[in-house]
Ligand binder design. Structure first.
Ligand SMILES: Cc1cn([C@H]2C[C@H](O)[C@@H](COP(=O)(O)OP(=O)(O)OP(=O)(O)O)O2)c(=O)[nH]c1=O
Length: 517
């Protein structure tokens, strides 16, 4: 994540002899030739940028970029970047941007020709835990034990900053690659850590070096794992080169805006902290006043204070603002094409469309407005309770209690009549008794199964999910839409089983006669 090299160090990588040369020289700033390497492609930068600067200390990134056959300079960023983003994609982009901006800041002072600065950051993600470089050997061993025998993701974020006269354009993106590891014995882990290879690498391994023997497969771009997604980078560079001046202006404006939004977010976080403090203080006072233990626990104590003083619209907007947090709650399943995990808001939106499209298959007549509202609201409680993975047996034990507490708090933000109405819909979805709830809950099962099929059953693989777990989860799906459940069984579950993505415990199930839906 962080990078630091000797002050003033600057390395030049250039085509030795214009476009025809097959040789590149790597030189340090003082002119001493450091090493020479050969490159296949020597198109030069004629169709790219006058000056390209790689804001990285990583020798792997330097070697990868050289594969594009471009002349470039290397200027590592100084300092230690930080990002608190929970979403790995957002985090790597923020860290990459910090590196690129630091270097761009130094170069902005030089009134120069067009220049492109490239910053990158790589992180490994295992079951939602983000792994950077190991702190020490113990940490490296812990990381490798975590990755042993399972699948994980490697996420590399890139930030491209193009400076042209007084114009500045920023582009951010990230790529995710799925990597599968074989089981590693303790001795193999110890030996590998002792080799030193893991210590400067995210997730404590190098796919291109000592860890190659443990990698049983990857899905996605290999160079992304090593630190620079070359194909995507090349495409983005071409697009940036083509972007007309007007577009560059707009993007620069967008960048300004996104900074503004970030500042507002920081302010909001501070505010949220203040509100939480106030709640705590309110709860303490209530305790003294002898409020019931239940009220203190669910946070109602002290929260109603002042609600009467706020207008109806104030309360409605408070609720709508609260819902924004759903966009930052990431589920265990991935969006259709791997890129990242799905968030709660996207899940609800996709389910709502699914319900509208598949309405004709609902077993019973349903009031569609109620179905859609239930769907749109069903996960708001995760703002407080967090996402509990469908097959997380431990988490499910406390799920009900956590979600009820959350529902009490969140729906209470609304004006009283709406609190009753929307909370009623949420309770109805939970109770699973009305035709609308049965159909909505079936869609809650079909939507992630469909995505899972689209992305190679990644979340099943991540968690080693078995057929019996999936059937358990779907035990009541047929009550909402029998025909869709039969279809999902045949098209989403059976292929996953045949391909070995779902743990096959059929023998056990046969005894229980649960093989057919
Ligand atoms: C997973 C994995 C990571 N890595 C490397 C890529 C990155 O160099 C490193 C992650 O650390 P980063 O903080 O992304 O990069 P860095 O500090 O090496 O370089 P800079 O910030 O100056 O650009 O881990 C491998 O080389 N092989 C692998 O298989």
């Amino acid at each position: 994540m962080a990078m630091q090299t000797g002050v003033g160090e600057m390395t030049k990588v250039q085509n030795a002899n214009g476009n025809r040369a097959k040789t590149m020289k790597v030189q340090s700033a003082n002119g001493n030739r450091a090493k020479t390497m050969k490159v296949q492609n020597t198109n030069g930068n004629r169709e790219m940028f006058d000056r390209i600067i790689l804001a990285s200390q990583s020798p792997r990134r330097r070697e990868l970029l050289a594969q594009l056959g471009l002349s470039f300079e290397v200027m590592p960023a100084y300092g230690k970047e930080r990002s608190d983003a929970q979403d790995p994609g957002v985090r790597v982009e923020e860290l990459a941007a910090a590196k690129a901006r630091e270097v761009a800041g130094r170069l902005e002072k030089e009134p120069d020709r067009e220049r492109l600065i490239i910053g990158a950051d790589t992180l490994v993600v295992k079951n939602g835990e983000i792994l950077g470089k190991p702190r020490d050997e113990e940490d490296a061993k812990r990381m490798l034990a975590l990755l042993s025998g399972t699948a994980h993701q490697v996420c590399t974020g890139l930030c491209l900053i193009l400076i042209k006269g007084d114009q500045r354009v920023e582009r951010h993106f990230h790529e995710t690659t799925h990597v599968n590891f074989a089981e590693m014995t303790d001795k193999e882990i110890d030996d590998y850590v002792a080799s030193g290879d893991p210590m400067d690498k995210a997730g404590a391994y190098g796919i291109q070096s000592g860890a190659a023997r443990f990698v049983t497969g990857i899905q996605g771009d290999y160079s992304n794992v090593v630190g620079l997604p070359l194909s995507r980078l090349y495409r983005e560079m071409k697009q940036l080169k083509k972007a007309p001046e007007g577009k560059a202006d707009r993007e620069a404006a967008c960048e300004g805006k996104s900074r503004e939004i970030k500042e507002m977010e920081v302010a909001t976080n501070q505010k949220t902290g203040e509100v939480a403090d106030q709640r705590e203080r309110g709860a303490a006072v209530d305790q003294k006043a002898g409020e019931t233990a239940a009220e203190q626990k669910d946070g109602r104590a002290g929260r109603g204070d002042g609600k009467e003083a706020r207008s109806r619209l104030d309360l409605q907007f408070d609720f709508l603002r609260e819902l924004d947090q759903e966009k930052s709650i990431f589920r265990q399943n991935y969006i259709g094409h791997h890129a990242r995990r799905e968030n709660d808001a996207e899940h609800a939106w996709h389910m709502a469309i699914m319900a509208a499209v598949l309405r004709e298959y609902a077993n019973e007549e349903v009031d569609m407005e109620r179905v859609l509202l239930m769907i749109l609201l069903h996960d708001v409680v995760e703002i407080d309770a967090g996402d509990t993975y469908a097959y997380d047996e431990e988490g499910k034990k406390s799920q009900k209690k956590r979600e009820m507490d959350a529902a009490d708090r969140i729906f209470h933000i609304l004006p009283p009549d709406q609190e009753e109405f929307f909370r009623g819909l949420w309770d109805e979805f939970e109770a699973w008794e009305s035709p609308e709830a049965r159909f909505a809950r079936a869609c809650d099962n079909f939507q992630p199964m469909m995505l899972n099929r689209m992305n190679g059953s990644q979340s099943w693989l991540d968690h080693g999910v078995s057929l019996s777990q999936v059937l358990e989860r779907n035990a009541r799906s047929g009550e909402g839409a029998r025909e869709v459940w039969n279809y999902a069984y045949a098209h989403f579950i059976v292929p996953g089983l045949t391909e070995g993505k779902l743990r096959d415990d059929r023998e056990e199930l046969r005894g229980q006669q649960r093989i057919n839906p």
